[in-house]
Design a protein around this ligand. Structure first.
Ligand code: MLZ
Length: 265
């Protein structure tokens, strides 16, 4: 039986509640993705946010675009929502009296930029203005509370959106903890980050949602202190939504119970 992640069951099993949609800087009715692969647009260079570059849509998932800056290599792709203020129609920069910039790490000599730009844009498919959606309003204050569930971009694997929990709230920031991953992917972000979404966002926008990892993080109140003689053996634990699958066998400690019979030779 193929297990697919289901928020309704998971929330019951973890006795937790989703963060209310009003906590997020996301539209209550997600925008429509009218972009197509290959379309060109203007985007702020993620590595140099004051400079505006030409980007090409390399992929689409839900209401997110996988973008690549023209003149950059294929190792710096990034993802933006169709209602992100980091993207705009071609011509916006010039209209504002600015100049399009080569991306950080432009693969050619800087002197060839004007000609590169000309060639890049001639005959290109330009994303229509109607595809760019207005960025939603941000909530007036940080309304997140520890324990609330959400969906969040894994910033180390930004094509992934994963189930997460608010771990801590401090001023305008929230600590996003990825369920089942022992902290390796967790991060602090502003409460109005565009990388966090209400529970149900992926299903609503037809974006894939990763299942939680399989390591179990106990809430502080239940955690066993590291000095306790009752500390359970260290072994991979399972996420609560998979607790009915068998646990892997305990590792056999060499030289205690795991001694091999003496060789017969
Ligand atoms: N397979 C990769 C991706 C992990 C994604 C975790 N997301 C919270 C890994 O194991 O590193």
């Amino acid at each position: 039986k193929k297990e697919t992640f289901n928020w309704e069951e998971y929330l019951k099993e973890t006795l937790s509640l989703p963060a209310p949609p009003s906590c997020f800087k996301q539209s209550r009715i997600p925008p429509i993705n009218d972009f197509k692969i290959g379309m060109k647009l203007e985007a702020h260079d993620p590595r140099n946010p004051t400079s505006v570059c030409i980007a090409t849509v390399m992929g689409l998932e839900g209401v997110r675009l996988r973008l690549r800056l023209d003149g950059s290599d294929n190792t710096n792709d990034f993802w933006r929502l169709v209602d992100s203020s980091d993207i705009q129609p071609i011509g916006t920069c010039e209209k504002n009296g600015d100049m399009l910039q080569p991306p950080l790490g432009f693969r050619m000599n800087a002197s060839s930029w004007p000609m590169f730009l000309l060639r890049t844009l001639s005959g290109a498919e330009i994303a229509p203005c109607s595809a760019f959606k207005k960025e939603p309003e941000k909530p007036h204050y940080n309304a997140f509370k520890p324990g609330m569930k959400l969906e969040a971009v894994d910033r180390k694997n930004p094509y992934l959106i994963c189930p997460a929990t608010v771990g801590e709230v401090k001023g305008d920031e929230v600590f996003v903890m990825f369920d089942g991953w022992r902290g390796a992917f967790d991060y602090w972000c502003k409460y109005d980050s565009r990388d966090i979404f209400p529970v149900g966002w992926c299903s609503m926008t037809k974006h894939s949602l990763q299942p939680p990892g399989n390591s179990l993080t106990l809430p502080k109140s239940l955690a066993v202190p590291s000095c306790s003689p009752f500390r359970p053996p260290r072994r991979p634990m399972q996420s609560p939504y998979r607790l009915n699958t068998p646990l892997p066998p305990l590792p056999v400690r060499k030289g205690v119970r795991g001694r091999r019979p003496k060789s017969q030779t």
